[in-house]
Write a protein that binds this ligand. Structure first.
Ligand code: CP
Length: 322
């Protein structure tokens, strides 16, 4: 018998490393209950009525920004967006002054995406409202990892032990890879990483993952393969001699995927460079869960907004039928 019912205690969601396995499973369980709402004809409940969510995106985004917006609106929160373009950041206003200005309007949660690692932590230390890291530099993208595990859970159930997940591509510049290695291992999966040597981060051999240089060996007998985008905009010159050569050696093609388990799942956080890191036939093929990831992103972000915005109200689980 459990004498201590679970209680969410975090003000912010900045990084998977702050979560216990119980925290992570709780987010995924709450997301599953919200996924049911997303299948209703009327996809709106009053759970966060009166709450305010600010989407503060200093870097481009399609999936993360839109899904946080949809998530907030489906829970009846008021959502407002501030992008770098059109804001006073472009007149030289500092991140601190911008954050204090947003706080003065009384938000319950701010979701921030920023090109600098540590920007979300900076806001969390500065402001009393909840902060969600929507991706900071190369550091972390915790809700991406959560939605990826939510997608895998829909196929595998809650137990990831014995599952092999291969992360293939530009690991060095990937906040998605960093957060996924932490979460997948927390949930019991075995992670393989595969990239050209120049796209592996310093210290990768200390990560809780097996490192491969040969993609065919890495993909062999995997239960899931997560392709990563080649982040051309973050690359210093000279890391890749030739994109055609990268594609030839590392692209996830049907032939390469054939080495994985017959029911292997293919994930990609998006946006995809089709033909570079993933072939069309794989991206659009029967193993692909890319669009399921997008749907999972709404449910997962509903859960995160709900947990942060109601943290001081003693709520432990949303009521069905709300
Ligand atoms: N996966 C992801 O973060 O996508 P966006 O950059 O479109 O938000």
């Amino acid at each position: 018998m459990n004498d201590h019912p679970y209680q969410w205690t975090h003000k912010d969601l900045l990084d998977i490393s702050q979560l216990s396995r119980e925290d992570a499973c709780h987010i995924l369980d709450v997301a599953a209950s919200f996924q049911e709402i997303n299948r209703r004809p009327v996809k709106k409940v009053p759970t966060l009525k009166g709450k305010t969510v600010v989407l503060f995106f200093v870097e481009n985004s399609t999936r993360t920004k839109t899904s946080f917006d949809v998530a907030g609106k489906r829970l009846s929160a008021d959502t407002y967006s501030l992008a770098k373009s059109g804001s006073s950041l472009n007149k030289g206003e500092s991140l601190k002054d911008t954050a204090l200005t947003l706080q003065a309007m009384g938000p319950d949660v701010i979701v921030i995406r920023h090109p600098s690692s540590g920007a979300a932590r900076f806001l969390a230390d500065l402001l009393p409202c909840g902060i969600v890291n929507g991706g900071d530099g190369w550091h972390a993208h915790p809700t991406q990892a959560l939605l990826d595990s939510f997608t895998l859970r829909q196929q595998w159930g809650n137990d990831f032990s014995g599952r092999v997940v291969t992360i293939l591509g530009d690991i060095a510049h990937s906040r998605v890879a960093r957060s996924n290695v932490q979460l997948l291992t927390l949930l019991g999966a075995h992670v393989r990483l595969c990239a050209p040597r120049t796209l592996l981060p310093a210290g990768v051999h200390n990560w809780p993952a097996e490192v491969y240089g040969d993609p065919d060996a890495a993909v062999r007998d995997s239960d899931a393969v997560m392709c990563l985008r080649l982040q051309l905009e973050r690359q210093q010159a000279g890391l890749l001699p030739d994109l055609a050569e990268y594609s030839r050696r590392f692209c996830l093609t049907p032939a390469r995927l054939a080495g994985a388990k017959p029911d292997a799942l293919v994930l990609h956080p998006g946006p995809m460079n089709r033909g570079l890191e993933i072939a069309d036939a794989v991206a659009d093929g029967p193993h692909s869960r890319v669009l399921d990831q997008v749907s999972a992103g709404v449910a997962t972000r509903m859960a995160v907004l709900y947990l942060l915005a109601t943290r001081n109200e003693g709520a432990s689980a949303p009521q069905q039928g709300e």
